[in-house]
Design a protein around this ligand. Structure first.
Ligand SMILES: NC(=O)c1ccc[n+]([C@@H]2O[C@H](COP(=O)([O-])OP(=O)(O)OC[C@H]3O[C@@H](n4cnc5c(N)ncnc54)[C@H](O)[C@@H]3O)[C@@H](O)[C@H]2O)c1
Ligand SMILES: [Fe+2]
Length: 371
């Protein structure tokens, strides 16, 4: 027996943001607000939405990477004053914008109440009646297709998961054209995040036949198209393929959550300031090696992606080398003792418990691959 559930309506159409009539038909009427970043390119995208839907009640355009308690508090105040009765919120941006919108929408801007729920000080929380419409501009985090948000508390060096069934986006609108403005570095980081979501949903105790199909689709699209895209960043067909891959990754891990590579990544982002997409993916070759032979379904998935099963970890390592992304922890952490502690702790973390493998096998794999 297995279960699979994702209620988000998917609209995948390149250039749809420029189509006023269609956008209006899809999103509909009602009072709303927009969350986005402050960069110029987002002013243009925001204006396209306003042209189609009319003036919003509020535009929050000061979202910073990695939503943190510190900046969420101020945004909450503004939101609760102006947006309590809005019908929907549009998140136009990457994971940071979509996760910020989730925090705001769930608690309707009540910072303390949302934090209490997040830190499990209250176990129950009403569903939100504000619909979330996500328009991802990275490809990506998959946050548009998950019902959780990653909330950071840098001051206390902690990372939280805000999870609630009502945090699934009502509509996820994928317009690959929006990703044409992504620089090479963020293109690589965000694509590797999507790849990690897919691998992590495969070596996961919650994996199922539906998540596995989406994960395999996603990984093969990234293996094939990312090396081409970084040589040709304005190629809309390649942008579409990577957006598709990110969407499949979202569909996969929305039902499994992530696993050990993500658990390892959180302290690396908090303490060593390594961007999420790199921190959660540079360990993939080691983790891949560590799970080989552990589980028949997982092995079958790996074989479908890498016909030479034995050589799969090396092939994945070469893929990273071609992108100029190191898979050696020393390039991020420096100190081998700190690294060992991070890996050990990661097994006790919420996401680490989803992993089908073991600490011993990870250490063996690390040694085998010569790290
Ligand atoms: N909720 C989930 O399911 C989930 C999953 C994975 C990651 N996350 C979280 O998402 C966050 C990372 O999100 P992200 O990787 O999408 O990046 P981001 O949203 O943090 O954005 C990174 C940078 O990219 C820029 N940018 C975004 N789109 C652009 C575009 N189209 N053109 C030019 N610049 C653009 C932004 O201005 C920003 O400076 C992390 O906090 C991570 O923890 C959430
Ligand atoms: Fe991630």
């Amino acid at each position: 027996m297995f279960k699979y559930h994702n209620p988000s309506k998917i609209i995948f159409e390149t250039g749809i943001l420029e189509n006023k009539k269609k956008l209006k038909e899809i999103i509909g009427d009602g009072e709303y607000c927009i969350f986005t970043y402050s960069d110029d390119v987002f002013k243009e995208y925001t204006n396209q939405i306003i042209d189609a839907l009319g003036q919003p009640k509020l535009i929050v355009n000061n979202i910073l990477p990695n939503p943190d308690y510190k900046n969420l508090k101020d945004i909450c105040k503004e939101f609760s004053e102006k947006c309590e009765n809005i019908k929907f919120a549009i998140a136009l941006g990457g994971g940071s914008v979509i996760d910020t919108a989730k925090f705001l929408v769930l608690g309707k801007g009540n910072f303390e109440k949302t934090v209490n729920y997040l830190e499990k000080k209250v176990t129950d929380f009403n569903s939100t009646d504000i619909d979330l419409i996500s328009i991802p501009t990275t490809a990506g985090t998959g946050s548009e297709l998950t019902c959780w948000a990653t909330i950071w508390d840098e001051e206390n060096q902690r990372k939280h998961s805000l999870i609630h069934p009502s945090l699934f986006s009502k509509i996820s609108i994928f317009d690959s054209k929006l990703t044409l403005s992504l620089p090479k570095k963020i293109t690589i980081e965000t694509s590797l995040d999507a790849m990690s979501h897919s691998f992590e949903s495969i070596w996961n105790i919650n994996s199922n036949p539906v998540s596995n199909i989406h994960a395999r689709n996603s990984i093969s699209l990234i293996l094939k198209n990312l090396p081409l895209l970084i040589q040709d960043l304005k190629n809309i067909n390649l942008r579409e393929e990577i957006m598709r891959a990110s969407m499949f990754a979202g569909l996969a891990f929305s039902n499994t959550k992530t696993a050990i590579s993500h658990s390892i990544s959180y302290p690396i982002t908090l303490k060593y300031k390594i961007p999420h997409g790199i921190a959660c993916s540079f360990t993939l070759p080691i983790i891949l090696k560590s799970v080989q032979g552990l589980d028949q379904t997982c092995d079958k998935n790996i074989k479908s992606l890498f016909p030479n099963f034995e050589d799969a970890p090396n092939k994945l390592r070469e893929f990273f080398e071609n992108l100029n992304v190191s898979t050696n922890f020393r390039d991020y952490i420096g100190n081998a003792n700190d690294w060992d502690l991070i890996v050990k702790d990661a097994f006790g973390g919420e996401r680490g418990k989803n992993f089908i493998g073991s600490y011993k096998k990870v250490l063996e794999a690390q040694e085998f691959l010569g790290y």
